[in-house]
Design a protein around this ligand. Structure first.
Ligand code: SAM
Ligand code: DTB
Ligand code: SF4
Length: 362
């Protein structure tokens, strides 16, 4: 396979620190090799069980131990979820991502209800994603049988910095859940947060861990920390747009086939800033006026931005089919023994890659 998995932190840092114009150009070039640059996927988040979480993730307003203003609630009903999914579909979303403030999934009536929610949304011809905390292999299989399309479980940061932010579970636990999801046909969504006080080395370290997964995650959300009063990270400085653009561009280059999702933090970004992220290879967003518990741009504003930028909304399941085709082409490149230049460390991308790929396809 031509996809490079053995990235080192140094190689990734070299990319992250390139002069911005070069980085943007390189990332945009890779983006065009694997994706339609004018199509963006739109997901809607739904917090099906809010607050009261026993974990101590330093960024999270849903952790019971922090004194935030959050009003928690019990698991939503299947009917409530169906109504919200229909609303999301009518406003252009192709995917619903259901989040629960759980440490891990427990077998029982609540999980049975979540499985029913998955079946219900699936019948609406929408992609269904869940983010419910840690999963066993058996639970991943049951979600697959119910029709789950994607499972979100973020690595959040580098293995080294993780301990500074969360103590109630380890990096290995996160990787184990991703592994359990990979044993099924459910696609993997895993990314992280920037702006938690980590260094550029930690951002690169997180990308090393994600890029080494084989296959690489089908989607990678890049969140800017939303500092919430009452959490240990409430005083963190907001990240600059340049850091976001660099992170998106680097993610695009090291994981060329993935959907890079511009996630939390968009309320602080201008349209121009977001446009730069799309140019750098972001091709997915969370839409709807709320993320899980914090604000997100108004959906009408987003659609206006799409119109201004000439962006189209991706249809449900469209990417899955495209990716299968790209993987086939990818293995042909591997068979010819010609690795695309951008998979070699420190190499500038050039137009030969395009010509080379055309030759392979011919
Ligand atoms: N409890 C589950 C878990 O931790 O996997 C699912 C829900 S959890 C809220 C999903 C993700 O939201 C976290 O992994 C983190 O990346 C992101 N997140 C939570 N709070 C955030 C914040 N204040 N700013 C940015 N991202 C945040
Ligand atoms: C992800 O990476 N970001 C989303 C989704 N996956 C679940 C969540 C962002 C949450 C931001 C804080 C909040 O709204 O509570
Ligand atoms: Fe709980 Fe998930 Fe928030 Fe951590 S990120 S406190 S596990 S809801």
């Amino acid at each position: 396979m031509a996809t490079k998995h053995n990235w080192t932190k140094e190689e990734i840092l070299e990319i992250y620190n390139k002069p911005l114009m070069q980085l943007l150009y390189d990332a945009a070039t890779v983006h065009r090799e694997f994706h339609d640059p004018n199509t963006v996927q739109v997901s809607t988040l739904l917090s099906i069980k809010t607050g009261g979480c026993p974990e101590d993730c330093g960024y999270c307003p849903q952790a019971a131990r922090y004194h935030t203003d959050l009003e928690g609630n019990e698991l939503m009903s299947v009917n409530q979820v169906k109504a919200q999914a229909l609303r999301a579909k009518s406003s252009g979303s192709s995917r619903v991502c259901m989040g629960a403030a759980w440490r891990n999934v427990k077998d029982g009536p609540e999980f049975d209800n979540v499985l029913e929610m998955v079946r219900t949304i699936n019948k609406l011809d929408m992609e269904v994603c869940c983010t419910l905390g840690m999963l066993t292999e058996n639970q991943a299989k049951r979600l697959e049988e119910a029709g789950l399309y994607a499972y979100n479980h973020n690595l959040d940061t580098s293995e080294e910095y993780y301990k500074e932010v969360i103590s109630t579970r380890g990096y290995e636990d996160r990787l184990e859940t991703l592994d359990n999801v990979r044993k099924t046909n459910v696609t993997v969504c895993s990314g992280g947060i920037i702006g938690m006080g980590e260094k550029a080395e930690d951002r690169a370290g997180m990308l090393v861990s994600l890029a080494r997964l084989s296959p690489q995650p089908e989607s990678v959300p890049i969140n800017a920390l939303v500092p919430v009063e009452g959490t240990p990270l409430e005083e963190q400085q907001k990240v600059s747009i340049w850091e976001m653009v660099r992170m998106v561009a680097t993610t695009r280059i090291v994981m060329p086939q993935t959907q890079v999702r511009l996630s939390a933090g968009r309320t602080d970004m201008s349209r121009e800033g977001q446009a730069m992220c799309f140019l750098a290879g972001a091709n997915s967003i969370f839409a709807g006026d709320k993320l899980l518990t914090t604000p997100n741009p108004d959906v009408n504003e987003d659609m206006l931005m799409f119109k201004e930028l000439g962006l189209n909304v991706q249809k449900p399941f469209e990417k899955h089919e495209q990716r299968k085709t790209v993987e086939k082409e990818d293995s042909k490149i591997g068979a010819l023994g010609e690795k695309p230049k951008w998979t070699r460390p420190g190499h500038q991308i050039d137009r030969n890659l395009e010509a080379q790929n055309k030759k392979v396809k011919a």
